[in-house]
Design a binder for this molecule. Sequence first.
Ligand SMILES: C[S@@+](CC[C@H](N)C(=O)[O-])C[C@H]1O[C@@H](n2cnc3c(N)ncnc32)[C@H](O)[C@@H]1O
Length: 206
Amino acid sequence: MSAGADGGGGAAVAVRSAEGSPGDDSFVPSALGTREHWDAVYERELQTFQEHGYTGEICWPGPESVNRLINWNNRHVPLRLANIFIFCGNAIFFVAVAKFGFSNITGIDYSPSAIQLSGSIIEKEGLSNIKLKVEDFLNPSTKLSGFHICIDKGTFDAISLNPDNAVEKRKQYVRSLSRVLRVKGFFLITSCNWTKEELLNEFSEG
Ligand SMILES: C[S@@+](CC[C@H](N)C(=O)[O-])C[C@H]1O[C@@H](n2cnc3c(N)ncnc32)[C@H](O)[C@@H]1O
């Protein structure tokens, strides 16, 4: 597995304890690390979409991070071959990537409302060749496998803030990543909580 670390940001901004060092459980646990939080967020966004047709906004970092990812991908994997896996959230980032012409994209989130919202937005945008699945990445189904590229913007950050044994959950994330990616697959991550060096260290065992 190859890790492409982007020192940008995402939505799950964390506070670190003063003594924290890479690999420690040094993040202060937060509601941003819980499923209850994300279910509530996407239920609200889904309701807003259903009532007003508002699709929401791409979380920071925005479109420029999509361009960086696409340019990076273009240099490494032919678009027509790529089988891509993305953590979709409210689908705005996901749709921006899909519009660049990848033909085979799978989006997952553990929140059913996020997947329902993403499905509605994809339909509105008229995009095809996109599969959506409710999946907990810390316990992925066997069907989730064989991807050339995995793109994460904010999900590893959220998992790092889980109040219940975040260290083990981060290790499980790395194990799940190894399962879903092909041998020599690429992992592209955008994080607002981890430095590039910390991410490379965290994912070195994958
Ligand atoms: C900061 S948001 C980022 C959403 C999206 N990637 C974006 O860029 O807008 C974190 C996302 O991770 C999802 N998430 C957190 N833990 C997860 C898990 N174990 N499995 C699947 N999705 C998870 C949340 O539901 C939420 O949509």
